[in-house]
Design a protein around this ligand. Structure first.
Ligand code: NAD
Length: 260
């Protein structure tokens, strides 16, 4: 059980982040959710998390590309719960373009959100974890933290950087009962992925099945999407005592993608 613990999950108003929030709430943790979206829908999710956990859930909608807003979010968590025990850096975005046309502001934005925000949340959460001699830092990295694809320079760079940050955190925190690990999914079935299908069908003159198998799952040997529940189950395991000696690791959940 995670009763009495507080988990802060960035980018948790949808997709993988929301699945983490649900899984950790089911174990009784206080939850801080973050991200953008429809205010009413977010409030419904927040209430559902409280019902599931029997604990409290707080929404902090700050923009994590801005360091001052990250500090504000961490302060809200500390004011409400006295700190953060489980930090999941999950907020992320993608942009696809050849490097010579890659918009400079998109590069800066992706590095800020997918990489630098994890530095800021970590530096602000670590003092609480050290003082309690317990903590878990989990990054949603990606198969792209281990291997590259063309036209995703900012994303691949940020995710490789996140893997390096995670190893460094693991070493610095090894004697404090605090672990730091990456979870690296391949293609996960989220609204983000599902919403690409109709446009890709049109652009490539393909059926839905062709888009899924020949485009999206081309590099995923199982030919199955990872589910958000499967990713969340790994996070739950990394929070358990059984995982106390897993640190600095990069846990692939990619249907064999990076085995190739
Ligand atoms: P998603 O778009 O469903 O979720 C992204 C979340 O981040 C949302 O809650 C969104 O509101 C939030 N967000 C976006 N910009 C933000 C900002 N500036 N400040 C704060 N929050 C912000 O996507 P997802 O598929 O659930 O992705 C979550 C993570 O998983 C990302 O880091 C992504 O790179 C990674 N990932 C996804 C896949 C996949 O196939 N879906 C595969 C590997 C890794």
């Amino acid at each position: 059980s995670l009763a009495g613990k507080t988990a802060l999950i960035t980018g948790s108003t949808s997709g993988i982040g929301l699945a983490y929030a649900k899984a950790l709430a089911a174990e009784g943790a206080n939850i801080v959710i973050n991200g953008f979206g429809d205010a009413q829908a977010i409030e419904q999710e927040r209430q559902a998390l409280e019902q599931a956990s029997g604990a409290r859930a707080l929404y902090s909608g700050h923009d994590l590309t801005k360091p001052a807003e990250i500090e504000a979010m961490m302060k809200e968590a500390a004011d409400a719960f006295g700190g953060v025990d489980i930090l999941i850096n999950n907020a992320g975005m993608q942009y696809v373009s050849p490097i010579e046309e890659f918009p400079v502001e998109k590069w800066d934005l992706i590095i800020a959100l997918n990489l630098t925000s994890a530095f800021h949340t970590s530096r602000l959460a670590v003092p609480y974890m050290k003082s309690k001699k317990w903590g878990r830092i989990i990054q949603t990295a990606s198969a792209h933290s281990l291997t590259a694809s063309p036209f995703k320079s900012a994303y691949v760079t940020a995710k490789h950087g996140l893997a390096g940050l995670t190893k460094t955190l693991a070493l610095e925190l090894a004697t404090f009962g605090v672990t730091a690990n990456c979870i690296s999914p391949g293609y996960v079935w989220t609204p983000l992925v599902e919403n690409q299908i109709p446009d890709t069908m049109k652009a490539r003159n393909m059926t839905r099945e062709q888009v899924m198998n020949d485009v999206l799952l081309a590099g995923q040997p199982t030919k199955q999407f990872v589910t958000v529940e499967q990713v969340a189950a790994m996070a739950l395991f990394l929070c358990s005592d059984a995982a106390a000696n897993i640190t600095g690791a990069n846990m692939s959940i990619d249907g064999g993608w990076t085995a190739q």
